[in-house]
Design a protein around this ligand. Structure first.
Ligand code: Z5A
Length: 211
């Protein structure tokens, strides 16, 4: 839990499940709490983070080692926390972040096979006790997500991985929800948008984010 008066909400899932599509809706729900909402994303959210994002996603860095990828995610996160997330929470705002550390467990842990103890060490170092108040995992079969994402743009360096990589990512997300049910919720994102948003509203109420 963030321990701040504003809420720290993160949005997760494999590519194409609707994170970007649902951000505006979640933001409007958070604004019902009477506090402004700072919307941001990872990797990115700061000039340094966005530069690291470009290096992480562009094809010119094919073959990057998994450890380098992991450390760049946390370098971007350290900057993001210090310059954006913590100041926003300290000022009493809600923060809505498109991906955060659960993505690292899913992609670098589940996808790349890095031991989750290494990830937990970095998480504790960079974040201290800070954890999101609620992580919403938009879940859909890999084929559905990839088909939706493929309609939108050409794959980046991570998106060009094979289906088995994304199956491991999806599986790790679902495991995280099983381990941390008090702060990680799964929404079935394979259904029509209206039904996805009904579920989002429900989990936000269930987890005490909204009355
Ligand atoms: N990454 C990592 O490896 N480790 C980390 O620690 C972090 C990140 C933080 C960038 O993420 C990459 O960074 C990501 C993980 C890695 N790589 N991958 N793969 P990103 O979030 O910027 O990129 P993304 O995951 O590829 O997001 P996306 O492709 O933009 O997907 P999305 O935002 O979830 O989907 P969308 O754009 O909202 O929707 C896609 C399409 O589906 C669009 O046409 C919508 O209109 C449509 N859509 C959405 N919902 C529905 C429903 N319900 N029905 C029908 N159609 C729908």
């Amino acid at each position: 839990m963030s321990g701040y008066t504003g809420k720290f909400i993160t949005l997760e899932g494999i590519e194409g499940v609707g994170k970007t599509t649902n951000r505006e809706y979640i933001r409007s729900l958070l604004e019902q709490t009477g506090k402004p909402c700072v919307e941001t994303r990872e990797p990115g959210g700061t000039p340094l983070g966005e530069a690291l994002r470009e290096m992480l996603l562009q094809h010119s860095h094919e073959g990057m080692s998994s450890d380098a990828e992991l450390l760049m995610m946390f370098a971007a996160r350290a900057e993001h926390l210090n310059k954006v997330i913590l100041p926003a929470l300290e000022a009493g705002n809600n923060v809505l972040c498109d991906r955060f550390t659960e993505a690292t467990y899913a992609y670098q842990g589940g996808g790349r096979g890095i031991n989750d103890k290494k990830i937990a060490e970095l998480e504790n170092w960079v974040q201290g006790d800070l954890r999101p108040d609620l992580t919403i995992i938009l879940d859909a079969p890999v084929e559905t997500g990839r088909e939706r994402a493929g309609r939108r743009s050409a794959p980046d360096r991570i998106e060009k991985e094979q289906n088995d990589f994304f199956e491991r990512v999806r599986h790790t997300y679902l495991e995280l929800a099983n381990h941390y049910p008090h702060r990680v919720a799964v929404v079935d994102a394979s259904v029509a948008l209206e039904k996805v948003q009904d579920q989002i509203l429900h989990v936000m109420k269930q987890h005490g984010i909204l009355d």
